[in-house]
Design a protein around this ligand. Structure first.
Ligand code: GTP
Ligand code: MG
Length: 202
């Protein structure tokens, strides 16, 4: 897919105030610091579009970006970030889950996991929660530039095994990416384009 425009639309903490336009929407979720905002910039080929940071907890709101004038990308705060007060942490979790349950335009969530780590409980739980709520999602492995090709393959296969041994009968669609070297860019964009084709009626 060719990206012709990527505009920031708005940030907010309330799903009811998100943009009204009935455009298909894709949301990036995962632990803080996993690389959600960086991946958005890599896919859009626009460095400062989504704000990134080496310190976890950078993205704190629901951020909408309108792409090519006809679909939305959403950058969400991370889950599992302990260095905020308990109250604040609860607010994150609540508006993240509200967002996923209530956002009619959402056609697919992307759950990001760091390819270097073995499956983390919080990610497995979040995917199970999505499944339980019948919310479609795909899995994105991030930071693949940090591993050699053989290690990438091993990490992916190990992850898939854990999914099949826990809640899942089949493996969700997955992508191996790096925001540093743009690995996976075309595959993710094609996946989105394919869904757009099915849902956008002109
Ligand atoms: P929060 O907004 O805090 O939830 O984090 P986030 O998931 O949006 O992560 P962000 O994109 O801000 O990236 C966190 C850190 O990881 C930054 O220092 C990035 O430069 C780094 N990073 C992100 N993606 C990659 C990648 O593909 N490769 C490498 N090497 N570093 C990455
Ligand atoms: Mg972020």
């Amino acid at each position: 897919m060719k990206i012709t425009s990527a505009e920031f639309v708005m940030s907010n903490s309330d799903v009811a105030k998100c943009p009204r336009e009935p455009l298909p929407e894709y949301a990036f979720i995962g632990r803080s610091n996993v690389g959600k905002s960086s991946l958005i910039n890599m896919l859009m080929n626009r460095k400062g579009l989504a704000k990134t940071s080496g310190r976890p907890g950078k993205t704190q709101l629901i951020n909408h970006f309108r792409i090519n004038g006809n679909w939305f990308l959403v950058d969400l705060p991370g889950y599992g970030y302990a260095k905020v007060s308990k109250k604040e942490k609860k607010t994150f979790q609540r508006y993240i889950t509200d967002y996923f349950r209530k956002r009619q335009q959402l056609v697919c969530g992307f759950v990001l996991v760091d390819i270097r780590h073995e499956p983390q409980q919080i990610d497995l739980e979040f995917m199970e929660w999505l499944g339980g709520n019948a919310i479609p999602f795909a899995l994105i492995f991030t930071k693949a530039d940090k591993l050699k090709p053989e290690a990438i393959e091993k990490q992916v296969q190990d992850y898939v095994k854990v999914l099949l041994n826990t809640a899942w009968e089949e493996v969700p669609p997955y992508f191996v990416t790096s925001s540093t070297n743009s690995m996976g860019r075309e595959a993710v964009l094609e996946y989105i384009e394919d869904i757009n084709r099915q849902v956008i009626t002109k």
